[in-house]
Write a protein that binds this ligand. Sequence first.
Ligand code: PEP
Ligand code: MG
Length: 880
Amino acid sequence: MAPSRYSAFPTRDAAVQNLPEFTEITPTADISSGAYGARSKCLQRLIRLDMPVPLSVALPFIEVRAIASGHRPDTRALLEAFGKYPLISVRPSAETADWGGPGTILNIGMNAATTAHLAATIGKEPAEKLYRRFVQSFSVEVARLDAEAFPPGQSLEGALAAYEAEMDEPFPDDPAIQLLEVLRSMARAWEGTTARLLRQAKGAPAEAGLGLVVQRMALGLGQGECGSGVIQFIDQATGAQQIKGRYKSQAQGREALTADAGALYLTRDPRGESLEERCPELFAELLAHGARGRIGLREEMQIEFTVEDGALRILDAVRVPRSARAGVRVAVDLANDGVIPREEALMRVEPQALGELLHPQVDPEGERDVFATGIAASPGAAMGRIVFSAHAAQACAAQGEACVLVRHETSPEDIRGMHAARGVLTERGGVTSHAAVIARGLGVPCVVGASGLAISSRERTMTTADGRVFREGDIISIDGSRGEALAGAAAMLPATLDDGFATFMTWAEEFSDLGVRANADTPQDAETSLRFHADGIGLCRTEHMFFEDDRLTVMREMIFADDAEDRRAALERLLPMQREDLLALFEIMEGKPVCIRLFDPPLHEFLPQNREGVRQLAEAMDLSVSRVNQRIEALREFNPMLGMRGVRLGITVPEIYDMQARAIFEATVEAGRRGAPIEPEIMIPLVSAKREVELVKGRIDSVAAAVRAESGVDFGYQIGVIVETPRAALRAGEIADHVDFMSFGTNDLTQMTYGLSRDDAGRFMGTYVQSGVYPEDPFHILDIEGVGELLLIAAERARGSKRGLTLSICGEHGGNAESIAFCRTAGMDYVSCSPFRVPGARLAAAQLVISEAPERQKATLSQWIARRLRLRQGDRPNEV
Ligand code: PEP
Ligand code: MG
C-alpha cells in the first residue's frame, strides 16, 4: 500500500496500521461480514458465482471508524484501480443488512473532464445530467446544504454556482477529494445518535461497525440496449415463486416485470417491446443468475442490475423483504429444493412471527391513523363499529355487522360479547388481565391498557388524550400485534394457512422434544388446537362453560340457593350441560390428553354487574331486587382473587366439585362407548396446602367409584394440582405424594410472588419497564430470577418425592419463546398455551433442540436421552 499522502492528518491506531485500508473484492480476498459487512461479503459471493459484478473495493469497519474519528484515508491510491476517469458509487455495508446505514452516493468522480470523456460515448446531455445530479446529491447529502438551493429543474451551472455560493469555495473537482468527503460523511453519519438508536432498535449492538463498498458505476447509458432495474423471484407477500421487479430502459421508460402462476409473463410499457422480447438471451442470463444466486446465497434475493449496450451488470443483491407468511413459505421451499437443511428452515422463522401468520394483519404499507396505544394483548387485526357493551356486540353480530368491543376492562360477563366482537380494546389491564387471556384464547385481536382514553359507556363515547371523540357506531381498527387502535378501516392482509405452513409445523414437531398442549375451553378452541397440531388440552377452564345464557341463569340459581338441597337441585341441572360440553371436547380430541381444571373464580363473578342485570335476575328468580342486592352484598369480598375461590370454594361448597367430577366421569364413560376413550386429568386450582388436596381427592375418588358402579364401566383418571400460590410451590414435595401431575399456573404465581395485580399492573407496567425496575413485563416473560426460582424449587421437591411426576406450565408464559426455554431446562414435560400460540411454542421448542445439536453430537444418542430422562425424573437442571 502506498504511504498516506495526508500524513498531516490523524492516522489509524498503531494496532491496526498493518490492516489494509481497503481490499478489492475478488473471489479469494479475505472478506468476512464480521469485518467488512454483509454487502461486501454478498458481493464476494456474487463474484464467486461468476456474476458480472463491476469492480468493487471494500473498506473494513475498523477503517470506517478511523475515518469517522478524523483519519484521512488514501483515496488517491484507492482510485488507482478505477482508471483515468474514475466514476464510482459508495454503498453502506453493515454487519447485518437490516441494520441499515447511510444512503448510497452515486456518480462520484464527475467533473468537467469526466463529463467531456463520457459525452463521447453516452452523449453530452446525459453526461451533463449525471454531473448535475452528482453536484446536487453531494451538496445535500455530503456538504449538508439545504435541498431548496438545488431544485429538480436546475441547470449544471446553476448547481455549481449554488454550491460555491453556499460553501465559499468551488465544487471539488478532484475525484480523490470528492471520495474522501463522501467516505467521511458516511462514516460520521453512522456514528450519529439517530443512526445509532435506529440500528439498536433493530437489535444491533451499540458498537456495531459499518463497512463501505466503493464500486465502479455501471451506468446503464449508451448505445444499444441500456437500462437499469431490480428483479426478484418470489412474491414478498405470499412467498410464492413469481418473477417480479421493474426495469427502466433508457429508450422506452418504465416497464414492470411480473409473472402469473410462475409462467414468465411480462407487462410492459405500451410504447415498446419488453426486455425479454428485445433481448431474450440477456433476459435468460438474468434468470440464470437469479437461479444461481438462490442456491449460492441460500436465500431469495432481490438483484439490482444494469444493462449497458446489451451487456448485463449485477450491482448488488439483497434479501427480499417479506411478510411472515412468505418467510415460512420461502424457508420450506428452500429446504424442499435441497438448498438448506430442514433445521435451518426452522431456525429462519421467529416463533413470534407465526402468530402473525394465523391472523389477518394491518397492512404495514397502509396508512395508520393511530389514536391510542396500549399493550399488544392478542395478535392480529380487526375492524368494526365501536360498541360499548357485550350486549351491543351480540346485537351487532346478530345483524352480521363487524364490531369492536370497547370497555374500561372486561369481566366474565363480557365473554359472549367478546365472542361476538371482531376485536377488543380496553382502557385498563395487562397481558394476563381477563380481556387479554380470553381474547388470546378466542383468537380475537385485542389491545389492553390503552391509557389516555376516556370511555363513557353511558354517553357511548370514547375520548382520546388529544380530545378526539369517537362514538358508538364509528369504525375503528385494532392492531393487536402492535398494540395500536386506529381510526377508520385500516388496510389489512388476510390470514392464510397454506401447505407451506402445514409442512413447516410437521417439521417443527419432528424436531421438538417438549410437548405442546393448548389451553382450550370450548369445542371451537379444541378444534383450533387440533388444527395447530396441539398434543392435547393442558388447561380447560371449566367455569367458562357456565357463561352461556341458559347456563348463567342456572348458575345464578345455584349461587343464590338458600340451602344444600336447593343448591344440589341447581347443580343437577348444570350436570348434563357440563357433561355434554366435556363429551364434545373428548370426542374432538380423539383420545389426546385433556386436563380439566375444576371451578376456579370467586362466585360473585357470575352475578350481574349493573342495575339492569340485577332487575333481570330478580325477575328470572322471582325475587325482589333488594333480596338479590343483599345476596350480592353478602358475597362481596375485599380481595376476591385472594378470597373464596378455587379449592377454597371446593372445600366449603363441595357439591360444586362433586358435580364436576361426576360430569367428567360420565363423559369419560360415554366417550369410551362412542369410540373416543380417554383418561381425564383433573386439576385442582389455587391449592396452598396438602390437606386441601387430600380432601378434594377423597371426594373425587368416591364419585369415580360411584360412576364406575352405576355404569359398570372401568376407567382411569389422574388427579393433579395447578401450582399458582407460592406456598404450593414451596410445599410441592408433600403435595406431590397425593397427585399424578403438577402444572404451574404462572399467571397467578407471578401475581402472588410479586404481590402485583394481574388486572391492574398495565397502568404502571410501562413506566416500570422504562425505568428499568423490571427488565420486562413479568406477566409476559417469566421472571426467571424470582418466579423461576420458585418453579425450580417446586420441581425439585416434587420430583424428589415422586420421580417421574409429570410437570408442565399452563400460565400464559407457556406460549412465550424465552419462557419455554426455561421450562425445558427445568425438565418440564410440556407447555400449554392459547391455541393460537401453539405453533409458535412448538417452533420455539424445536429451535431449542436444533441449537443444542452441536452439543448433542458430543454425546451418543443414548447418553443424550439418558440425560433428558434424568432431568425429567427430578435431577436439577444445572447437573445436566
Ligand atoms: C394461572 O394462574 O396461571 C392460570 C393458568 O390460571 P388462570 O389464568 O385461569 O388464573
Ligand atoms: Mg390461576
